[in-house]
Design a protein around this ligand. Structure first.
Ligand SMILES: Cc1cc2nc3c(=O)[nH]c(=O)nc-3n(C[C@H](O)[C@H](O)[C@H](O)COP(=O)(O)OP(=O)(O)OC[C@H]3O[C@@H](n4cnc5c(N)ncnc54)[C@H](O)[C@@H]3O)c2cc1C
Length: 416
């Protein structure tokens, strides 16, 4: 089949690679000069299959009210006259109850655990390297108040295949010795043992190279401007360079999926949720984490990628705006200086911000659309890196008329 994959982020590149392995003729189109230059560039580097709890949970409203309008809060909402944002927020709030939150956890965890297996296969067969580490991820608590909810969530996930270990302060430090200088601030922790880490940008570049050797054509610097329909199918993809007429199209434009889908009348409640990261060159490896630490209170992650310490977090609703708000990056820098003092020159860190493709229920949107040859691989939000292999495999199966190995209940467009 002649297939066009829209987007060369982690979703698009993984899908293109898998389609090419199955013998399809694949073209990937992206507006950037190389793969992984938007949301798949400098993220938190956690492949956190166990991090399946949706942001829309019963605690979210209380936390959001505490944080509202505070420029330095983990969540920042810019009040704008934007119907898409308010529509998204209404759906999000409706899901802030135990039933919906538990359901969302189960759907995302199922896809996550499937992704883990598919990621292992992909890495083994492709041989790509991206500072991949399978050491689990340590979570630390600095407030007793945060612990019951986190342990409740972890306990809930165990029967679905997500093991974890409760940790004392000393056990946190034993696993991640660079926490020692500030260990007095830690009141407890846990470790999700299946979780992994790796450099998403290196993954995208390496996998795109492999895909190219399998015949995938990458068209860069080529913005897609519209889709054209004909009855129940997509007839053409229009770009700055011309028009393509493929047999099938995979939508993997991340946070920009929705504007393009709108050109053929599809309304998907995916909204851009901005996140920030800093990358610090590590001068003293003993003062940086070995793998990754999640700070539950500040909602920040600190991950080692070779000689780089990546610190990421925060969520900001500001529409399609990529600007870096210095207050947000200052938060990341201050916490890095506090927890990992002396690891490197934090003031010289590279700053980055990008837009996560966020659905209101926090779950991916995969597979079919009202058009028989248009397939979705988007909406993974805070977990796009984690869920890429399973998402891509399921979409490839559907595209070939097969039933995916993973149950896609709660992960398709039907739920909206
Ligand atoms: C601060 C931060 C930290 C994060 N940490 C983690 C983490 O630790 N673990 C995790 O699993 N996930 C994390 N995420 C989320 C993850 O990075 C994203 O979900 C994932 O990268 C999205 O991949 P994608 O391929 O869907 O989108 P993208 O990577 O954004 O790819 C979409 C592509 O489409 C292209 N494009 C868009 N519009 C057009 C157009 N009109 N024409 C042509 N091309 C176009 C873009 O150039 C881009 O290359 C984080 C995100 C952020 C912002």
């Amino acid at each position: 089949m002649k297939i066009i994959v829209l987007g060369a982020g982690v979703a698009g590149v993984t899908t293109a690679y898998m389609l090419a392995k199955r013998g399809h003729s694949v073209t990937v189109i992206d507006r950037q000069p190389e793969p992984g230059r938007e949301c798949s560039f400098a993220n938190g580097a956690q492949i956190s299959y166990s991090h399946a709890e949706p942001w829309a949970n019963p605690h979210a409203i209380k936390k959001a009210l505490q944080w509202i309008l505070r420029d330095d809060a983990p969540l920042l909402f810019h009040f704008r006259l934007d119907p898409a944002m308010w529509g998204w927020a209404a759906r999000f709030l409706k899901r802030c109850n135990w039933k919906d939150s538990n359901e969302g956890t189960i759907h995302t965890l199922r896809l996550g655990l499937y992704s883990r297996l598919e990621m292992h296969k992909l890495v083994e067969e492709s041989g790509i390297e991206f500072h991949y580490q399978k050491r689990g991820i340590v979570h630390i608590f600095t407030r007793e108040n945060d612990m019951p909810h986190a342990y409740r969530q972890a306990d809930f996930q165990v029967p679905y295949g997500s093991p974890y270990e409760k940790l004392t302060r000393d056990e946190c430090v034993a696993l991640e010795p660079s926490l020692k200088p500030q260990s007095g601030r830690i009141c407890g922790g846990m470790r999700y043992t299946l979780d992994e880490t790796g450099d998403i940008f290196a993954y995208c570049k390496e996998l795109a190279k492999k895909a190219a050797t399998l015949g995938v054509i990458f068209k860069y610097d080529e913005p897609v401007t519209a889709l054209k329909r004909d009855g129940d199918q997509i007839r053409a993809v229009v770009t700055s360079a011309g028009t393509y007429e493929p047999d099938a199209v995979v939508m993997a434009l991340g946070a920009y999926s929705q504007p393009l889908l709108r050109t053929v009348g599809i309304k998907l409640p995916i909204y851009p949720m901005k996140g920030y990261s800093i990358s610090v060159t590590i001068d003293d490896p003993e003062k940086a984490p070995i793998a990754s630490v999640t700070n539950q209170m500040e909602k920040q992650v600190y991950t080692r990628i070779g000689n780089i310490l990546r610190v990421a977090g925060t969520a900001e609703f500001a529409g399609y705006n990529h600007d870096i708000n210095p207050v947000r990056t200052r938060l990341l820098k201050e916490s890095t200086k506090f927890w990992f003092a002396g690891c490197g020159d934090v003031d010289a860190a590279t700053e980055w911000a990008c837009l996560r493709p966020q659905s209101p229920d926090g779950c991916a949107v995969l597979g079919k659309t009202p058009y028989r040859n248009l397939w979705l691989n988007t909406g993974q939000g805070t977990l796009g890196w984690t869920l890429c292999a399973g998402s891509a495999k399921a979409v490839c199966d559907l595209l070939e008329g097969k039933t995916p190995e993973v149950d896609l209940t709660g992960l398709t467009i039907d739920r909206f």
